[in-house]
Design a protein around this ligand. Structure first.
Ligand code: GBH
Length: 478
């Protein structure tokens, strides 16, 4: 970290991100309706530390203090999400003005502080009324989303310079409907695929609704990971390619090329060819959430294990794979052993407290891959999330929070981003996940991603060293 971060183009947008359910709390205030996550956190055993988000960071009531922290940080933009069920408690129909008023106040506060508000319309908290009717498995939810998008845009479009329809449809599909680790807790494995199609369709219909309501600069936030092949057999390569198709291309291809990757369209419901026209309507920009690459190989059948134990272990050790027979894990979540691919631990890298490997050059690789795949079809890019979980608390003596590992993480990723831009990637902004420590979904409060520490007893906010580092970076224009 000795050398300063290289200079970024003038006008490069530095921002921070968060989402409604993870920070707001006040879940029954002012007529908010319940969401899929209210229900999920209420089920025993779903959230690992047994916590819920009724208070979270209390941002609903403390948003002025939080905007002041962002102003002091000097960010040009704040990416937040709108809680669908605050605005439409039943998911459609009756509009709850008081819920909408909150975002109106937030947007005003941001504008008054010189921070561009960047709302995401859906960041995982489906209105429970819609979830109970099938949620994203039901095509109707896409129509309801478009209705909701109009309502929000009619109120906020005059002050919002950049919009995001949906955050990480891949995670909702895989974790929510495929593996049951997130709301709504369904474990449908490959039968979860309609949830991907309907979110993409919602995005496309949402774009139309937003444009009709006068919204400008519309994008989406898609999670992307470079996929590395574990092993060198054809089976390993096929497994890694399949994983890449299901997590990266399943979302980027229809959005950017108007087609699903080979063979997938046949597995999806409804008039898919027609829907693809809606899904691929031109975007003003494309958002990328990057955390780490994934190392993927062929599954190793448990039956082989006893016979070839030693040989398998030796082979894996050579390939840098540890415990090849253990069930795969995705972000610490055990995934079924009978899937046609297995996720391996990337070795030799620092791990965050979440166990995710720190691979800054993965961001550069990812941007190169996207350019190879989509070329001129790529609109301007923004990194809409990048961040790490480290649980550093205040030093008991000084009260300071020295999160040097988070500083090193962001320093590394910002440099990798700069290199990618020198190679030609058209990236216009970088948003850190997250401004505050917050409710980290199935992990509860035990993973901390914030530049600002939150004491969950007093709700006091304490900027960490990484906050000071980011402030200096933004100030120096580097
Ligand atoms: C995002 O999801 C969400 O948008 C946000 O709400 C959330 O708080 C934040 O990130 C932090 O989790 O298999 O060990 O290599 C991130 C999606 C899925 C990224 C799992 C990393 C693989 C980790 N993540 N993934 S691992």
């Amino acid at each position: 970290m000795a050398a300063p971060v290289p200079e970024f183009p003038a006008g490069f947008l530095w921002g921070v991100s968060a989402s409604a359910f993870q920070i707001e709390g006040s879940l029954t205030a002012d007529g908010r309706g319940p969401s899929s996550w209210d229900a999920f956190t209420g089920e025993r055993g779903r959230v690992k530390d047994g916590s819920h988000a009724e208070v979270a960071t209390d941002h609903y009531r403390r948003y002025r203090e939080d905007v002041a922290l962002m102003a002091e940080l000097g960010v040009g933009a704040y990416r937040f999400s709108v809680s669908w069920s605050r605005v439409l408690p039943e998911g459609h129909g009756r509009v709850n003005d008081k819920g909408l008023d909150f975002y109106d106040r937030l947007v005003d506060e941001l504008c008054a502080s010189g921070i561009a508000p960047v709302p995401t319309l859906f960041h995982w908290d489906t209105p429970l009324a819609l979830e109970e009717r099938g949620g994203w498995l039901d095509r109707d939810t896409a129509e309801r989303f478009a209705e909701y998008a109009s309502v929000v845009a009619e109120r906020l479009a005059d002050r919002v310079p950049m919009w995001i329809t949906i955050n990480e449809p891949a995670e909702v599909t895989l974790l929510g409907y495929g593996l049951g680790e997130h709301a709504p807790g369904r474990r449908l494995v490959f039968d979860a695929l309609p949830a991907a199609h309907h979110q993409l369709l919602a995005h496309g219909m949402g774009v139309q609704a937003l444009r009709a309501a006068g919204a400008r600069r519309i994008g989406i936030a898609v999670s992307h990971s470079p996929v590395w092949t574990a092993g060198d057999s054809d089976d390993d390569r096929a497994a890694a390619a399949l994983y890449d198709t299901l997590t990266n291309r399943l979302f980027a291809d229809p959005l950017l090329t108007g087609d699903y990757p080979d063979g997938l369209a046949e597995l999806l419901p409804g008039p898919v060819a027609e829907d693809l026209k809606t899904i691929s309507a031109p975007l003003d920009w494309y958002g990328i959430n990057y955390y780490n690459p994934m190392l993927v190989g062929a599954p190793q059948p448990a039956a082989d294990a006893s016979a070839t134990d030693a040989a398998a272990e030796a082979a894996s050790a050579e390939a840098g794979i540890v415990d090849s027979r253990a069930g795969s894990s995705f972000g610490g979540i055990d995934i079924p052993a009978d899937l046609p691919f297995a996720i391996r631990q990337i070795e030799g890298r620092e791990l965050t407290d979440f166990g995710w490997p720190v691979v800054p050059e993965g961001l550069r690789e990812l941007l190169a891959t996207l350019r190879e795949r989509y070329g001129d079809r790529l609109p301007p890019l923004y990194i809409t999330e990048n961040g790490c979980s480290y649980g550093d608390g205040p030093d008991p003596g000084t009260g300071r929070i020295d999160d040097a590992r988070r500083v090193a993480y962001h320093d590394g990723h910002v440099r990798a981003l700069h290199e990618a831009m020198e190679e030609g990637a058209d990236v216009r902004g970088y948003f850190i996940w997250s401004i505050l420590d917050n409710f980290e979904w199935a992990e509860g409060y035990r993973q901390r991603f914030g530049l600002v520490h939150v004491d969950y007893e007093t709700l006091a906010r304490t900027p960490k060293e990484s906050y000071a580092w980011y402030r200096d970076l933004i100030k120096s224009g580097r």
